[in-house]
Write a protein that binds this ligand. Structure first.
Ligand SMILES: *Cc1c(COP(=O)(O)O)cnc(C)c1O
Length: 464
């Protein structure tokens, strides 16, 4: 399989030969705006800055490892998505990518809606004042407690994921005296070009109800028959880190086909269609993501065309970008420790974090870039592998990267595009203390999620 057959970042281990690496950039000091947050630059002293603050100062004040999130970039991306989709569509930020109360407030202020998929995410959303009607509740195994909390909070939609759930949500709604708006998540049988561990639209997977074999049509039948549920539309999510719109085209066509069947059978035109998230970002300079405006236009053209040919009014579209909003807005700052040159192979550069703050490389073979950010260097490029400090040989942060050959312990390196699925998937492996998330904006920096402490660890350890 060629690289172009796999436009998604995470690739199967067998796609690229072991030891694959691209040529070094002409100048390792350049911070490619494609992969770095919008306000990141290198100043006259050669030190990288974000929001106008030098990373060396940030490291002094907040320590390393730490995630630095460019608030202006985050807000700008929210606005770009909202503007691109306009008044006839809804943008739901996928909270699992990264969620904190500050983020919820930004989303609220910028007019976005929010996807949650657990009681914890729902609690965070509500605690930060997100209006319940702008929250969608997802998940393939929602507990009774979670359903009850979602219904009683009055969430704008629950996305039904199984036949059992149709009945469970209806019972809860009846008990609480509410009519709950719901969508049905269908699996359309589209495989977006992505790693199988994170692709979610194969038939052989845990999410959703298959269109195939009339399953989804049966789910619609059962849902429409229950007065406690208000079926507003059909939901589909086809994968992650997708660049090619072809998968969405097939998925939209199949969902619209179902809407037409529903009209023919029940005389009902469902008013909504949710095409999910999964839009790709640039992790390296070789990735070429599309702008929200192009994506919005492509999706709306597809849906409009399919609906026209099925004789349906165009439903209200929603999308659920997570990574595409928060991913590019943050970088992880690490301090370099042990450096081991392995003759004829590569140089192993150890940093003070690793798989506990970024599991994606180990989990999905994800690719990242990395740069020396505490100073300029005009030394020759050396082939490096950036590894963490965990007791695991798969503890790799950046598999193949070029760093200047004069790299030394104490230097700061940063890995861009770590806003999504890094802090949210962070662990305490080896009793690592999960790093803080620091929001940077207009020359000011503030902690929005603080660093864990040893007291935090010991608090959970009852000691018996
Ligand atoms: C994970 C997920 C998303 C967000 O995916 P991104 O790749 O972060 O855009 C959106 N919708 C659903 C249902 C998801 O499971």
């Amino acid at each position: 399989m060629s690289r172009s057959a796999h436009p998604a970042g995470p690739r199967h281990g067998d796609v690229l030969p072991e030891g694959h690496y691209t040529a070094p950039a002409a100048d390792l000091n350049v911070l490619d705006p494609k992969v770095w947050a919008r306000t990141v630059a290198r100043d006259d002293d050669g030190v990288a800055t974000v929001g106008g603050i030098q990373v060396t100062r940030l490291a002094e004040e907040f320590g390393t490892p730490a995630y630095f999130l460019d608030e202006a970039d985050f807000r700008a991306r929210c606005r770009a998505w909202a503007d691109a989709f306009g008044a006839d569509a809804d943008v739901y930020y996928a909270g699992k990518a990264f969620l904190s109360r500050a983020v919820v407030r930004w989303l609220h202020e910028e007019g976005l809606n929010l996807d949650v998929c657990s009681g914890g995410e729902l609690a965070t959303a509500l605690a930060a004042g997100m209006p319940a009607e702008r929250i969608a509740f997802h998940g393939n195994n929602k507990s009774d407690e979670e359903i009850e909390r979602a219904v009683s909070a009055g969430v704008g939609r629950i996305v039904l994921d199984s036949f059992q759930e149709i009945v469970r949500v209806a019972h809860t709604a009846r008990r609480l005296g509410r009519r709950q708006p719901v969508q049905i998540r269908v699996t359309v049988g589209v495989e977006a070009h992505t790693h199988e561990f994170i692709a979610t639209a194969h038939e052989d997977q845990k999410f959703g109800i298959a269109l195939a074999g009339g399953q989804a049509a049966e789910a619609v039948r059962r849902t429409l028959a229950l007065d406690d549920l208000e079926l507003t539309g059909i939901h589909s999510h086809i994968g992650s880190q997708i660049f090619d719109m072809a998968g969405f085209e097939v998925s939209a066509r199949r969902v619209v086909q179902l809407l037409a069947e529903v009209r023919d059978e029940h005389g009902v035109e469902l008013p909504e269609i949710d095409l999910g998230g999964g839009l790709g970002i640039a992790y390296t300079s070789e990735d070429d993501p599309r702008e929200p405006y192009d994506i919005a236009k492509a999706l709306s053209d597809i849906v409009t065309r399919e609906c026209e040919s099925a004789g349906l009014a165009t439903p209200r579209i929603s999308v659920e970008p997570g990574r595409a909003i928060v991913g590019p807005t943050a970088f992880t700052l690490y301090e370099v420790g042990t450096i081991k040159p392995l003759e004829g192979l590569r140089t192993y550069v150890s940093v003070d974090g690793g798989m506990s703050d970024n599991i994606r490389t180990a989990l999905y073979d994800a690719e990242y870039s990395v740069a020396l950010v505490s100073r300029r260097s005009d030394a020759e490029p050396m082939l490096a592998r950036v590894v963490g400090k965990h007791c695991e040989s798969g503890d790799i942060v950046v598999r193949d990267a070029f760093l200047p050959a004069d790299l030394a312990p104490g230097d700061l390196v940063a890995v861009p595009a770590t806003g999504a699925y890094c802090r949210s998937m962070a662990s305490n492996y080896n009793h690592a203390l999960r790093p803080p998330v620091v929001a940077v904006k207009d020359g000011g920096a503030r902690v929005i999620v603080r660093r864990e402490t040893e007291e935090d660890l010991l608090r959970l350890d009852v000691g018996e």
